[in-house]
Design a protein around this ligand. Structure first.
Ligand code: C5P
Length: 286
């Protein structure tokens, strides 16, 4: 086998509470995260004469192809630990938008760690992959675990939750990106607010909040109009995905997601709208 292709699913933060600020400036979280079928990136690793990152796909514009790409950092970290990873071409066919709060770069890094383990038969278990992932970014461990998970610490403590079956998800991405560090800084400046906007993404489900939402609104006030437009078009209260800029709606199933997405696209053509369902896997071999 000279190559391997995997699907790297986006992650959706259903609830996010910030519980404190750490000495290193990072924030402690208490969050519920779930993998979703759309959007997703397709990641291929192929043995090649030299290392190369190739980026394509509808969300590929502006994504770096140098060592700063999280996929390149994933390769570097494996080699730093003396693992035998020969030169490879990594192809990222990207649909997960950058700066949307959907963990696109983290999903790619998780996929590269996972795919390299399979292709080169590296003697690593999932916990090893998560330990490497944590050094790449706070959201990489949860992308490795996948499914429905509870995330705490900076993101390094991940506990997979029992799979309660899929539900439909609509994700709406406005034509502007958010900077995660800027949103956390705004949260600090605001004095660490708890979000007062409580949503019930599933009809009889738990009440949820995202504490980063008030801070994200300060960083980019356009978010408020986006949210209001989604409520007006669909009748659903959306959840802010991580630090934004995407908003997500949870509906009964993928069929309802398709219908709601079609309505939203008709009403708000400037939004990029994805319809899918939650999935028990963060990374799937293709
Ligand atoms: O870990 P990652 O590189 O994805 O984090 C990006 C930025 O988001 C960090 O530099 C930090 O400013 C902020 N962050 C945080 N607390 C977290 C995760 C991220 O403050 N738990």
């Amino acid at each position: 086998m000279n190559d391997i292709t995997v699907r790297a699913n986006a992650k959706l933060t259903l609830a996010l509470h910030v519980t404190g600020v750490r000495d290193d400036g990072f924030h402690d979280l208490d969050a519920i995260v779930v993998s979703v079928s759309a959007p997703a990136d397709i990641v291929t690793i192929a043995i090649a004469p030299t290392d190369q990152i190739v980026v394509m796909g509808p969300a590929g514009a502006g994504v770096p192809t140098d060592g700063t790409n999280l996929a390149a950092r994933a390769l570097a970290i494996l080699r730093d630990h003396a693992l035998d990873v020969p030169p490879v071409r990594v192809t990222l066919d990207k649909t997960i938008p950058h700066g949307a709060g959907l963990g696109g770069g983290s999903a790619d890094a998780a996929a590269v760690l996972w795919a390299a383990r399979e292709l080169f038969r590296l003697d690593l278990d999932d916990q090893d992959l998560m330990t490497f992932g944590e050094q790449i970014g706070s959201d990489v461990p949860v992308c490795i675990v996948g499914g429905m998970a509870h995330m705490s610490g900076r993101g390094e403590h991940v506990e997979q939750l029992p799979w309660a079956g899929p539900f439909g998800v609509v994700i709406a991405v406005p034509p502007f990106a958010m900077s995660t560090p800027a949103v956390y800084r705004a949260w600090d400046v605001l004095g660490g607010p708890e979000s007062t906007r409580i949503v019930r993404p599933t009809l009889n489900g738990p009440a949820l909040r995202n504490d980063l939402e008030p801070a994200a609104e300060v960083v980019d006030p356009q978010l408020v109009a986006v949210r209001d437009a989604i409520v007006a078009a669909t009748g659903y209260e959306p959840v802010l995905a991580g630090s934004g800029s995407a908003y997500a709606l949870c509906v009964a199933d993928a069929t309802e997601a398709d219908a709601v997405a079609a309505t939203l696209r008709g009403a708000e053509p400037h939004l990029t709208v994805f319809a899918g369902h939650t999935t028990p896997h963060g990374i799937e071999a293709l």
